[in-house]
Design a binder for this molecule. Structure first.
Ligand SMILES: Nc1ncnc2c1ncn2[C@@H]1O[C@H](COP(=O)(O)OP(=O)(O)O)[C@@H](O)[C@H]1O
Ligand SMILES: [Mg+2]
Length: 379
């Protein structure tokens, strides 16, 4: 036993950065978590992923974090060490080259969008036998794919925005037919969007027929599969999930015609209203739907479920589920919990507890008649 194991602090590994368009958001999320946690209670390890997807060297890692946080983290250049599938054993006795390297108790994959929030990183952590915060491989991957997510939600009887999924190939070969189908189904305005992305990249409002072709073709630049949706004239309401609890409901009041990239990240005119001024019955309905949606995708830990409240009819539609929403103190997710009575530090502590609980539950189960998963000591 090394002296370090006597340190009563929780060893939290923060994983951030990455290849997606939300790299910068991830840096902000990680800096927020590091800054907010009590150094007396947490020892923080940091692994940065560069925009090309490589583990950052210590000098690169420093550039990814504000200077005042450098002495709060211990940089790591590996994910997992002893007993990990992803490390190389140096001898048959099972000693590893980095056997003395510290290993976090749990990882926080604070990455948003593809190659982070979409189950790929979660799969790497699973393979390495490492506990982590948030949704597992399946829920992460399904939620990232707006097409598959909507099929599961619809199958669970949940109200999803009406849409049509088409492949880039179908657009190439028969754009007119696709347009006719969408026009017959709901007409204008419509929205087109890539199935797997975020940050409103490639999302277009289609106000009339002459905008259709350019919009769907642009969406198809980002994915081989796109969604064409009925345009909802609605308020945008969001609800945060933590374990089995749903937060108060918040509203995004967008600066632009819709919540596009500019309104999300550039404009200072967009604002969050927490709690949203909606009647208690609508709020209760949204919270219940958020929990059902999370369960339908087999979510765990956290997610933010986004809705439209249609202005004319009062109909509530589920727009999408984000399994690793922005995690800064000014992000909707953390603000919703703060307004529900769970401040930032308690939120992280609860996510850690949930992550460890899930790891224990999963790894306590047998994966073959003889063997339980590696990395779990049932004693
Ligand atoms: N069917 C729709 N009707 C009305 N507005 C929509 C629709 N789909 C998307 N939007 C607008 O576009 C924004 C981004 O779309 P969204 O599906 O949430 O993608 P992202 O994953 O990029 O956030 C939404 O926040 C909303 O403002
Ligand atoms: Mg969205």
């Amino acid at each position: 036993m090394s002296a370090m194991s006597k340190d009563p602090r929780i060893k939290l590994g923060v994983l951030f950065g990455g290849r997606s368009g939300e790299h910068e958001v991830s840096l902000a999320s990680a800096a927020s978590v590091i800054a907010a946690l009590d150094p007396g209670a947490y020892e923080i390890y940091a692994v940065g992923l560069t925009p090309s997807g490589r583990i950052a060297r210590p000098d690169e890692l420093r550039r990814m974090l504000p200077g005042e946080l450098w002495d709060r983290v211990r940089p790591l250049a590996v994910l997992g060490s002893a007993a990990s599938l992803l490390s190389v054993r140096s001898d048959a006795a099972g000693e590893t080259e980095d056997a003395g390297a510290p290993e976090p108790d749990i990882w926080f994959p604070l990455l948003h969008g593809p190659y982070g929030e979409d189950g790929t990183l979660q799969g790497l952590l699973e393979m390495a036998g490492l506990p982590y915060i948030g949704c597992g491989v399946l829920a992460s991957a399904v939620a990232m794919d707006k097409d598959i997510a909507k099929r599961l939600l619809a199958q669970a009887g949940l109200p999803v925005t009406p849409s049509l999924t088409v492949t880039a190939h179908e657009l190439d070969t028969d754009l007119e037919a696709v347009r006719h189908t969408a026009e017959r189904a709901w007409g204008y305005p419509m929205f087109s969007k890539p199935a797997n992305l975020g940050s409103s990249v490639g999302v277009h409002r289609i106000g009339a027929r002459d905008e259709f072709a350019a919009a769907v073709r642009d969406s198809a630049r980002y994915d081989r599969k796109i969604l064409i949706e009925k345009g909802i004239d609605g308020r945008e309401l969001e609800c945060a999930i933590l374990g089995t609890a749903a937060s108060v409901v918040g509203e995004v009041v967008s600066a632009g015609e819709f919540y596009d990239y500019e309104s999300k990240y550039v404009s200072t005119e967009s604002r969050l209203e927490i709690p949203a001024s909606i009647d208690p019955a609508t709020s209760d309905t949204i919270r219940a739907l958020a929990l059902r949606a999370f369960a339908a995708l087999d979510g765990s830990g956290l997610a933010r479920v986004d809705f439209f409240l249609e202005r004319d009819s009062g109909t509530i539609w589920i727009n999408e589920i984000n399994t690793m929403p922005g995690f800064t103190p000014i992000s909707m997710y953390t603000k919703l919990w703060a307004a529900t009575g769970v401040p930032f530090g308690d939120l992280v502590a609860e996510l850690i507890r949930l992550g460890l609980e899930r790891f224990g539950e999963k790894n306590g189960r047998r994966i073959s008649p003889r063997q339980v998963c590696a990395g779990y000591d049932p004693a």
